[in-house]
Design a protein around this ligand. Sequence first.
Ligand code: PMP
Length: 357
Amino acid sequence: MAKAPEEIIRDEIRALSAYHVPDGTGMVKLDAMENPYQLPSELRARLARLIEEAPLNRYPDPGAGALKARLRQTLGVPAGMELLLGNGSDELIQMLVLAGARPGAVVLGLEPSFTMFRMISTFVGARYVGVDLRENFALDAERVLAAIEQHKPGLIFIAYPNNPSGNLFDAGTIARAIEAAPGLVVIDEAYHPFAEKSFMVNLARHSNLLVMRTLSKLGLAGIRLGVLVGGGAWLAQLDKLRLPYNVNTLTQIIACEVLQHGQVLTEQAAAIKLERGRLLRELRSVAGVTTYPSDANFILFRISHAERVFDGLKQRGVLIKSLHGSHHLLADCLRVTVGTPDENAAFLAALTHTLNA
Ligand code: PMP
Protein backbone atom coordinates (compact mmCIF):
# COMPACT_ATOMS: atom_id res chain seq x y z
CA MET A 1 0.00 0.00 0.00
CA ALA A 2 1.23 3.52 -0.79
CA LYS A 3 2.58 5.52 2.13
CA ALA A 4 0.75 8.38 3.79
CA PRO A 5 2.05 11.99 3.50
CA GLU A 6 3.42 11.77 7.07
CA GLU A 7 5.84 9.07 5.95
CA ILE A 8 7.04 10.80 2.80
CA ILE A 9 6.87 14.55 3.33
CA ARG A 10 9.69 16.00 5.47
CA ASP A 11 8.77 16.93 9.07
CA GLU A 12 9.77 20.59 8.61
CA ILE A 13 7.46 20.91 5.58
CA ARG A 14 4.50 19.32 7.38
CA ALA A 15 5.13 21.70 10.29
CA LEU A 16 4.78 24.75 8.01
CA SER A 17 1.57 26.65 7.51
CA ALA A 18 1.00 27.56 3.87
CA TYR A 19 1.68 31.17 2.85
CA HIS A 20 -1.83 32.49 3.23
CA VAL A 21 -3.11 34.90 0.59
CA PRO A 22 -6.57 36.14 1.60
CA ASP A 23 -9.22 36.68 -1.07
CA GLY A 24 -9.58 40.39 -1.71
CA THR A 25 -12.39 40.16 -4.27
CA GLY A 26 -14.67 43.17 -3.99
CA MET A 27 -12.63 44.67 -1.14
CA VAL A 28 -10.58 47.87 -0.95
CA LYS A 29 -7.39 45.88 -1.31
CA LEU A 30 -4.56 47.39 0.72
CA ASP A 31 -2.83 44.21 1.88
CA ALA A 32 -0.22 43.33 -0.73
CA MET A 33 1.80 46.45 -1.61
CA GLU A 34 0.43 46.58 -5.13
CA ASN A 35 0.43 49.75 -7.21
CA PRO A 36 -3.28 50.77 -7.24
CA TYR A 37 -3.09 52.37 -10.69
CA GLN A 38 -3.70 50.68 -14.05
CA LEU A 39 -1.49 51.46 -17.02
CA PRO A 40 -2.79 54.24 -19.31
CA SER A 41 -5.29 52.95 -21.89
CA GLU A 42 -3.08 53.74 -24.95
CA LEU A 43 -0.28 51.66 -23.48
CA ARG A 44 -2.69 48.82 -22.68
CA ALA A 45 -3.96 48.90 -26.26
CA ARG A 46 -0.37 48.68 -27.54
CA LEU A 47 0.27 45.71 -25.25
CA ALA A 48 -2.87 44.00 -26.58
CA ARG A 49 -1.53 44.33 -30.15
CA LEU A 50 1.88 42.97 -29.18
CA ILE A 51 0.29 40.02 -27.38
CA GLU A 52 -1.90 39.32 -30.40
CA GLU A 53 1.24 38.78 -32.46
CA ALA A 54 3.26 36.95 -29.81
CA PRO A 55 4.60 33.55 -30.91
CA LEU A 56 2.86 31.60 -28.13
CA ASN A 57 3.52 28.28 -29.89
CA ARG A 58 7.27 28.77 -29.28
CA TYR A 59 9.26 28.65 -26.05
CA PRO A 60 10.30 32.06 -24.72
CA ASP A 61 13.72 33.57 -25.49
CA PRO A 62 15.70 31.60 -22.88
CA GLY A 63 18.21 34.37 -22.26
CA ALA A 64 15.59 37.17 -22.42
CA GLY A 65 18.20 39.26 -24.25
CA ALA A 66 15.98 42.20 -25.26
CA LEU A 67 14.43 42.47 -21.81
CA LYS A 68 17.81 42.32 -20.07
CA ALA A 69 19.15 45.13 -22.29
CA ARG A 70 16.09 47.23 -21.43
CA LEU A 71 16.42 46.49 -17.70
CA ARG A 72 20.12 47.34 -17.76
CA GLN A 73 19.20 50.86 -18.87
CA THR A 74 16.12 51.34 -16.71
CA LEU A 75 17.69 50.08 -13.48
CA GLY A 76 21.02 51.83 -14.05
CA VAL A 77 23.02 48.60 -13.81
CA PRO A 78 26.72 49.53 -13.42
CA ALA A 79 29.07 48.55 -16.26
CA GLY A 80 30.61 45.12 -15.78
CA MET A 81 27.66 43.76 -13.75
CA GLU A 82 25.35 40.98 -14.94
CA LEU A 83 21.61 40.30 -14.56
CA LEU A 84 19.67 37.16 -13.63
CA LEU A 85 15.88 37.13 -14.07
CA GLY A 86 13.34 35.28 -11.97
CA ASN A 87 9.62 34.54 -11.94
CA GLY A 88 9.27 37.26 -9.32
CA SER A 89 12.04 37.91 -6.80
CA ASP A 90 10.58 35.00 -4.82
CA GLU A 91 12.10 32.67 -7.40
CA LEU A 92 15.46 34.42 -7.17
CA ILE A 93 15.44 33.97 -3.38
CA GLN A 94 14.76 30.28 -3.98
CA MET A 95 17.69 29.95 -6.42
CA LEU A 96 20.02 31.73 -3.99
CA VAL A 97 19.12 29.55 -1.02
CA LEU A 98 19.15 26.37 -3.09
CA ALA A 99 22.61 27.15 -4.46
CA GLY A 100 24.14 27.67 -1.03
CA ALA A 101 22.33 24.91 0.85
CA ARG A 102 25.28 22.64 1.59
CA PRO A 103 24.96 20.63 4.83
CA GLY A 104 25.18 22.97 7.82
CA ALA A 105 24.84 26.11 5.67
CA VAL A 106 23.28 29.08 7.43
CA VAL A 107 21.02 31.72 5.93
CA LEU A 108 20.92 34.87 8.04
CA GLY A 109 18.00 37.28 7.98
CA LEU A 110 16.74 40.13 10.10
CA GLU A 111 13.55 39.84 12.12
CA PRO A 112 10.97 40.94 11.42
CA SER A 113 11.44 40.98 7.65
CA PHE A 114 10.05 39.39 4.49
CA THR A 115 8.86 35.91 5.52
CA MET A 116 10.03 34.20 2.33
CA PHE A 117 13.68 34.36 3.46
CA ARG A 118 12.82 32.06 6.36
CA MET A 119 10.23 29.96 4.52
CA ILE A 120 12.38 29.17 1.49
CA SER A 121 15.31 28.28 3.77
CA THR A 122 13.01 25.76 5.42
CA PHE A 123 11.83 24.39 2.04
CA VAL A 124 15.39 23.80 1.00
CA GLY A 125 16.71 22.42 4.28
CA ALA A 126 19.05 25.31 5.08
CA ARG A 127 19.38 26.54 8.68
CA TYR A 128 17.81 29.99 9.03
CA VAL A 129 19.08 32.32 11.75
CA GLY A 130 16.95 35.41 12.42
CA VAL A 131 18.59 38.41 14.08
CA ASP A 132 16.16 40.74 15.82
CA LEU A 133 15.99 44.39 14.85
CA ARG A 134 15.77 47.01 17.60
CA GLU A 135 12.36 47.97 18.95
CA ASN A 136 12.17 50.89 16.50
CA PHE A 137 13.07 48.43 13.68
CA ALA A 138 16.58 49.88 13.24
CA LEU A 139 19.48 47.55 12.53
CA ASP A 140 21.40 46.59 15.67
CA ALA A 141 24.99 46.71 14.41
CA GLU A 142 26.55 44.84 17.33
CA ARG A 143 23.93 42.07 17.24
CA VAL A 144 24.28 41.60 13.48
CA LEU A 145 28.09 41.54 13.55
CA ALA A 146 28.08 39.10 16.48
CA ALA A 147 25.66 36.79 14.60
CA ILE A 148 27.86 36.88 11.49
CA GLU A 149 30.89 36.00 13.61
CA GLN A 150 29.05 33.18 15.39
CA HIS A 151 27.09 31.57 12.54
CA LYS A 152 29.30 32.35 9.51
CA PRO A 153 26.29 32.56 7.14
CA GLY A 154 26.82 31.67 3.49
CA LEU A 155 23.95 33.99 2.63
CA ILE A 156 22.52 37.13 4.25
CA PHE A 157 19.27 38.80 3.17
CA ILE A 158 18.63 42.47 3.93
CA ALA A 159 15.44 44.11 2.67
CA TYR A 160 16.12 47.81 1.95
CA PRO A 161 13.57 49.31 2.67
CA ASN A 162 12.45 46.58 5.03
CA ASN A 163 9.07 44.83 4.89
CA PRO A 164 7.00 44.99 7.14
CA SER A 165 8.57 47.97 8.94
CA GLY A 166 8.98 50.21 5.86
CA ASN A 167 12.26 51.83 6.94
CA LEU A 168 15.68 52.01 5.32
CA PHE A 169 18.43 50.66 7.58
CA ASP A 170 21.57 52.68 8.21
CA ALA A 171 23.71 52.28 5.08
CA GLY A 172 27.00 52.42 7.03
CA THR A 173 25.90 49.51 9.25
CA ILE A 174 24.91 47.48 6.17
CA ALA A 175 28.33 48.19 4.62
CA ARG A 176 30.01 46.90 7.82
CA ALA A 177 27.91 43.72 7.64
CA ILE A 178 28.87 43.22 3.97
CA GLU A 179 32.54 43.59 4.86
CA ALA A 180 32.26 41.21 7.81
CA ALA A 181 30.22 38.58 5.90
CA PRO A 182 32.08 35.42 4.89
CA GLY A 183 29.58 34.79 2.07
CA LEU A 184 27.03 36.54 -0.11
CA VAL A 185 24.92 39.51 0.99
CA VAL A 186 21.72 40.14 -0.97
CA ILE A 187 20.18 43.60 -0.65
CA ASP A 188 16.51 43.15 -1.54
CA GLU A 189 15.37 46.46 -2.99
CA ALA A 190 11.77 45.47 -3.76
CA TYR A 191 10.53 48.86 -2.53
CA HIS A 192 13.20 50.90 -4.30
CA PRO A 193 10.65 52.87 -6.41
CA PHE A 194 9.50 54.57 -3.21
CA ALA A 195 12.92 55.12 -1.61
CA GLU A 196 15.71 57.39 -2.69
CA LYS A 197 18.57 55.07 -1.82
CA SER A 198 20.11 51.98 -3.37
CA PHE A 199 23.16 49.73 -3.05
CA MET A 200 23.36 49.32 -6.84
CA VAL A 201 26.22 51.85 -6.99
CA ASN A 202 28.16 49.88 -4.35
CA LEU A 203 28.29 46.65 -6.38
CA ALA A 204 31.78 47.30 -7.71
CA ARG A 205 33.07 47.98 -4.19
CA HIS A 206 32.00 44.64 -2.65
CA SER A 207 32.60 41.40 -4.53
CA ASN A 208 30.14 39.53 -2.21
CA LEU A 209 27.21 41.91 -2.79
CA LEU A 210 24.14 41.29 -4.97
CA VAL A 211 21.21 43.66 -5.43
CA MET A 212 17.69 42.35 -6.06
CA ARG A 213 14.82 44.30 -7.63
CA THR A 214 11.28 43.47 -8.75
CA LEU A 215 8.69 45.05 -11.04
CA SER A 216 5.90 43.95 -8.67
CA LYS A 217 5.65 47.06 -6.51
CA LEU A 218 6.22 49.39 -9.44
CA GLY A 219 2.96 48.31 -11.06
CA LEU A 220 3.53 44.97 -12.77
CA ALA A 221 2.88 42.45 -10.00
CA GLY A 222 0.79 40.35 -12.41
CA ILE A 223 3.61 39.52 -14.81
CA ARG A 224 6.05 38.24 -12.12
CA LEU A 225 9.51 39.59 -12.86
CA GLY A 226 12.39 39.78 -10.42
CA VAL A 227 15.94 40.87 -11.23
CA LEU A 228 19.20 40.02 -9.51
CA VAL A 229 22.21 42.20 -10.31
CA GLY A 230 25.85 41.50 -9.49
CA GLY A 231 29.15 40.01 -10.53
CA GLY A 232 29.14 37.46 -13.35
CA ALA A 233 31.09 34.87 -11.32
CA TRP A 234 28.20 34.56 -8.83
CA LEU A 235 25.36 34.87 -11.33
CA ALA A 236 26.80 32.23 -13.68
CA GLN A 237 26.61 29.70 -10.83
CA LEU A 238 23.07 30.70 -9.84
CA ASP A 239 21.95 30.57 -13.47
CA LYS A 240 22.55 26.81 -13.48
CA LEU A 241 19.64 26.47 -11.04
CA ARG A 242 17.26 28.52 -13.13
CA LEU A 243 14.54 26.37 -14.67
CA PRO A 244 14.57 26.69 -18.46
CA TYR A 245 12.21 29.42 -19.73
CA ASN A 246 11.37 30.67 -16.23
CA VAL A 247 10.43 34.10 -17.62
CA ASN A 248 7.55 33.54 -20.02
CA THR A 249 7.01 35.19 -23.40
CA LEU A 250 4.16 37.45 -22.27
CA THR A 251 6.20 38.72 -19.32
CA GLN A 252 9.15 39.48 -21.59
CA ILE A 253 7.02 41.33 -24.14
CA ILE A 254 5.03 43.32 -21.58
CA ALA A 255 8.01 44.28 -19.42
CA CYS A 256 10.02 45.41 -22.47
CA GLU A 257 7.22 47.58 -23.78
CA VAL A 258 6.19 49.09 -20.44
CA LEU A 259 9.78 49.87 -19.44
CA GLN A 260 10.23 51.67 -22.73
CA HIS A 261 7.57 54.02 -21.36
CA GLY A 262 8.96 53.79 -17.82
CA GLN A 263 8.04 57.41 -17.12
CA VAL A 264 4.43 56.28 -16.54
CA LEU A 265 5.45 54.03 -13.66
CA THR A 266 7.81 56.62 -12.19
CA GLU A 267 4.97 59.15 -12.16
CA GLN A 268 2.66 56.66 -10.46
CA ALA A 269 5.36 55.95 -7.83
CA ALA A 270 5.69 59.72 -7.24
CA ALA A 271 1.91 59.98 -6.73
CA ILE A 272 2.03 57.06 -4.28
CA LYS A 273 4.85 58.72 -2.33
CA LEU A 274 2.86 61.94 -2.07
CA GLU A 275 -0.18 59.99 -0.89
CA ARG A 276 2.01 58.12 1.63
CA GLY A 277 2.84 61.45 3.31
CA ARG A 278 -0.82 62.40 3.52
CA LEU A 279 -1.90 58.98 4.82
CA LEU A 280 0.87 59.05 7.43
CA ARG A 281 -0.23 62.47 8.70
CA GLU A 282 -3.88 61.41 8.86
CA LEU A 283 -3.08 58.13 10.60
CA ARG A 284 -0.91 59.94 13.13
CA SER A 285 -3.85 62.11 14.11
CA VAL A 286 -6.02 59.09 14.99
CA ALA A 287 -6.04 58.68 18.78
CA GLY A 288 -4.30 55.50 19.93
CA VAL A 289 -2.35 54.94 16.70
CA THR A 290 1.46 54.85 16.64
CA THR A 291 2.90 55.07 13.12
CA TYR A 292 6.37 54.16 11.88
CA PRO A 293 8.20 56.17 9.20
CA SER A 294 8.11 54.61 5.73
CA ASP A 295 10.33 54.71 2.65
CA ALA A 296 8.09 52.12 0.98
CA ASN A 297 4.51 52.03 -0.41
CA PHE A 298 2.99 50.89 2.88
CA ILE A 299 2.78 52.06 6.48
CA LEU A 300 3.22 50.01 9.62
CA PHE A 301 1.22 51.14 12.63
CA ARG A 302 0.44 49.94 16.12
CA ILE A 303 -2.96 50.08 17.78
CA SER A 304 -4.53 48.34 20.80
CA HIS A 305 -6.56 45.24 19.96
CA ALA A 306 -5.07 45.17 16.45
CA GLU A 307 -6.79 41.90 15.54
CA ARG A 308 -10.19 43.34 16.40
CA VAL A 309 -9.40 46.47 14.38
CA PHE A 310 -8.28 44.29 11.43
CA ASP A 311 -11.56 42.34 11.59
CA GLY A 312 -13.58 45.57 11.90
CA LEU A 313 -11.90 46.96 8.77
CA LYS A 314 -12.55 43.72 6.91
CA GLN A 315 -16.22 43.77 7.83
CA ARG A 316 -16.34 47.28 6.38
CA GLY A 317 -14.80 46.08 3.11
CA VAL A 318 -11.17 47.12 3.66
CA LEU A 319 -8.46 44.46 3.57
CA ILE A 320 -5.07 45.30 5.14
CA LYS A 321 -2.52 43.00 6.80
CA SER A 322 -2.36 41.99 10.44
CA LEU A 323 1.12 41.22 11.72
CA HIS A 324 0.03 40.61 15.29
CA GLY A 325 1.39 37.26 16.43
CA SER A 326 3.99 36.97 13.68
CA HIS A 327 6.91 38.34 15.77
CA HIS A 328 7.27 39.73 19.29
CA LEU A 329 8.30 43.16 17.95
CA LEU A 330 5.05 43.29 15.94
CA ALA A 331 2.53 42.88 18.77
CA ASP A 332 -0.61 44.86 17.86
CA CYS A 333 0.89 45.93 14.52
CA LEU A 334 -1.02 46.35 11.25
CA ARG A 335 0.31 47.20 7.79
CA VAL A 336 -1.60 49.20 5.22
CA THR A 337 -0.57 49.60 1.58
CA VAL A 338 -0.80 53.13 0.19
CA GLY A 339 -3.67 53.10 -2.30
CA THR A 340 -5.40 55.77 -4.39
CA PRO A 341 -6.66 58.87 -2.52
CA ASP A 342 -10.18 57.34 -2.57
CA GLU A 343 -8.99 53.97 -1.24
CA ASN A 344 -7.00 55.65 1.53
CA ALA A 345 -10.02 57.76 2.46
CA ALA A 346 -12.15 54.59 2.58
CA PHE A 347 -9.55 52.97 4.85
CA LEU A 348 -9.42 55.98 7.20
CA ALA A 349 -13.23 56.17 7.35
CA ALA A 350 -13.49 52.44 8.09
CA LEU A 351 -10.82 52.81 10.78
CA THR A 352 -12.70 55.67 12.47
CA HIS A 353 -15.97 53.71 12.33
CA THR A 354 -14.29 50.60 13.73
CA LEU A 355 -12.74 52.54 16.62
CA ASN A 356 -16.02 54.27 17.44
CA ALA A 357 -18.17 51.15 17.12
N1 PMP B 1 11.07 41.12 -1.26
C1 PMP B 1 10.33 41.80 -0.39
C2 PMP B 1 11.00 42.58 0.69
C3 PMP B 1 8.93 41.75 -0.49
O1 PMP B 1 8.19 42.40 0.41
C4 PMP B 1 8.33 40.99 -1.52
C5 PMP B 1 6.84 40.87 -1.71
N2 PMP B 1 6.01 41.22 -0.74
C6 PMP B 1 9.16 40.31 -2.39
C7 PMP B 1 10.53 40.40 -2.24
C8 PMP B 1 8.61 39.41 -3.48
O2 PMP B 1 8.32 40.12 -4.60
P1 PMP B 1 8.02 39.43 -6.01
O3 PMP B 1 6.64 39.83 -6.34
O4 PMP B 1 9.03 40.01 -6.94
O5 PMP B 1 8.18 37.95 -5.87
